[in-house]
Design a protein around this ligand. Sequence first.
Ligand SMILES: C[S@@+](CC[C@H](N)C(=O)[O-])C[C@H]1O[C@@H](n2cnc3c(N)ncnc32)[C@H](O)[C@@H]1O
Length: 378
Amino acid sequence: MSVEYYAFLLTDRLRIESFLRSIAATVKPGDRVLEVGCGIATYGLAAVRAGAACVDAIDFNPVAIALAREMGVEKQNVRLIEKRVEEVELPERADVVLFEDFSCFGVAPGLRALLAHVQGRLARPGARYIPSAVELLAAPVDAPIDAVGPEDSAWLPFSDEALSLLRKRFLNVPTSRRLEPTHLAGSACVLHRLDLSEPLPKRSVHSATTHAGRTTQATGIAGWMRLELPGGASIETAPGTKFAWGQMFFPFETPLPCRPGEPLEISVETIWGPDSKALLWRWRLHGATGAREGCTLNSLPGGAALLRRGSPEFVPRPSSRKEAVAALCQAVDGTRNLSEIARIVYNKCTPRFSSELEALDFVLDALSCSTGLIEDRP
Ligand SMILES: C[S@@+](CC[C@H](N)C(=O)[O-])C[C@H]1O[C@@H](n2cnc3c(N)ncnc32)[C@H](O)[C@@H]1O
């Protein structure tokens, strides 16, 4: 993220003023405050003004930290830390945590691991969080779907099947969009309330029933959030609002016909994968004429097979190169010379090498000085 991004964030006056009021009402003199993903530490400075004894402001983006430093934030008693939040340890835990990096639907890929670290290592039990909670809201929408490829595709060197597969992949990815109130095809409902001081479950399914507002074809589900700020205020990022956050658009491959007053069940599922950043989405709209759904699994070119590789239960099979490296590592015992090692590797991995000479080339290459696999002891 660049300087423009942080300058742009400052233009969102309603959001910043709401946070500043909440910080003034929540931070008590003598508090230790932690600003997670601080950017230029706007909120950290507000905490100093509210009387905080100490403010630690963390961001992994060197641009943000350098900019905050240039803007004199450290001279005003904010300690800037340029690191991933998950790698930070503090001498004492914080009484107040400031955090606003929620993507546009309250749930972002790295959020679960980040919150777990903050709750378990950086904040004291019972710490106050600003915001304290995030409500996830959703509604059916009939916003136009972006075209996938050109309307007239006959000139492209792809078959119709190939292009429809590309469309399927594309329409199974939720995207950030700026939706208008006119795109809402039904009323909004609250899907879930996420308490910032509680751990996020690995898997969660949230459902709620709403009603269609008109005769239309629902093209997807819009998701947005309401941040609850201690002190009484809240920020809701509904379609039509002009916050820095837009809305999340969960598209369908084919639209769902709806009639006014018809009950519609919205359900959104999130599953965090083994990698702290991996997040799988599944979404569904169920009405009188049927259901439409989408899933980020369907957007992956490798599909489920690719995802399985990230599971702790996955049993990796070594490639023939890996087998040769394993044979090599066993053969290097500090007594054998290169010819002997190459012979052992050749005998164990004959289908890979057509001759001992080829195995020797592999051994020389693998044991070249730069690999760190051997130590040249006197
Ligand atoms: C929405 S911006 C918040 C900016 C800040 N509140 C401001 O007004 O300038 C989120 C910030 O969180 C930082 N960030 C996101 N994930 C992080 C992580 N795991 N560790 C450290 N910083 C992170 C990003 O670099 C970004 O600057």
